[in-house]
Design a protein around this ligand. Structure first.
Ligand SMILES: [Zn+2]
Length: 98
């Protein structure tokens, strides 16, 4: 990628390009879009960009927030356990009131 310049594919190709990146485009339209993307710099890089986005989204889905949360709470449980063990092995002097 060069700079932060947004990729602007040919307006009439946008839907076809995103379908191509999604792999939902088939037959003659797929062939036509691939041919165009090959010859058109903007549409070519748009397809690459769209495919990158799909991959990123897929990666995000596999490492779901629920899995992350479970991992976090497991760490917390361990921390709590360690803290409890410390208290058990070395109990603090009970506060004597009255
Ligand atoms: Zn184009």
């Amino acid at each position: 990628m060069v700079g932060e310049e947004p990729i602007k594919p040919c307006p009439h190709m946008k839907i076809l390009l995103s379908a191509l990146a999604d792999d939902t485009l088939t037959g003659v339209m797929r062939w036509f879009t691939e041919q165009h993307a090959r010859g058109c710099t903007r549409c070519g890089s748009a397809v690459v960009h769209l495919r990158e986005l799909r991959t990123q989204l897929r990666t995000l889905n596999t490492s779901s927030p629920i899995a992350g949360e479970l991992r976090l709470s497991e760490e917390r449980l361990t921390a709590v356990e360690v803290a409890w063990n410390r208290i058990d092995s070395n109990p603090p002097a009970p506060a004597i009131e009255e």
